[in-house]
Write a protein that binds this ligand. Structure first.
Ligand SMILES: Nc1nc2c([nH]c(=O)n2[C@@H]2O[C@H](COP(=O)(O)OP(=O)(O)OP(=O)(O)O)[C@@H](O)[C@H]2O)c(=O)[nH]1
Length: 136
């Protein structure tokens, strides 16, 4: 099982950052949350901080975890481990994606996402509906 972390980077408007995988890569052209594989001996939170620094040039503060998704694209099982986070420092400079878009719960459905991200999007949207935590 390959462990992969991804970040739902939130802004003050209640949106999250969607990133498009470039053509030629596995799942090229599809949208995902930024992140990548956890290295041996590395914990998931540290892996996310490292990956977002490498991919986007930002440092994030992790807020909480969502439910991991186990998926098989026919190349072996992956466990995709999502975290809600915010930008703590740095400006966005995409090094590994060919487009970035801030999306809200309504507009995220206009994008074509990697299949494993479907349950994560659904959980994020559901948490935003909890009245006590406006979800912002
Ligand atoms: N980072 C990231 N990866 C995702 C997401 N959803 C999803 O299915 N994946 C899959 O998780 C795997 C690991 O992601 P990665 O970004 O480190 O892998 P990669 O394509 O650069 O390297 P690879 O071609 O060796 O697999 C890929 O198969 C990727 O398609 C997501 O939201 N974020």
């Amino acid at each position: 099982m390959i462990e992969v972390v991804c970040g739902l980077i939130r802004d003050d408007a209640g949106r999250v950052l969607a990133c498009r995988r470039p053509p030629g890569k596995h799942l090229g052209g599809l949208w995902e949350f930024p992140g990548g594989k956890v290295e041996p001996e590395e914990d998931a939170a540290a892996a996310l901080i490292r990956e977002l620094q490498e991919e986007l040039g930002i440092t994030v503060a992790i807020e909480s975890g969502l439910t991991p998704v186990v998926w098989d694209y026919g190349r072996g099982l992956i466990r995709l481990i999502p975290f809600l986070c915010r930008i703590a420092s740095g400006d966005l400079h995409p090094h590994e994606h060919d487009a970035l878009e801030w999306v809200d719960a309504a507009s995220c459905h206009r994008l074509e996402w990697a299949a494993a991200d479907g349950p994560i999007l659904a959980e994020w949207i559901a948490t935003k509906r909890v009245p006590d935590d406006q979800g912002s």
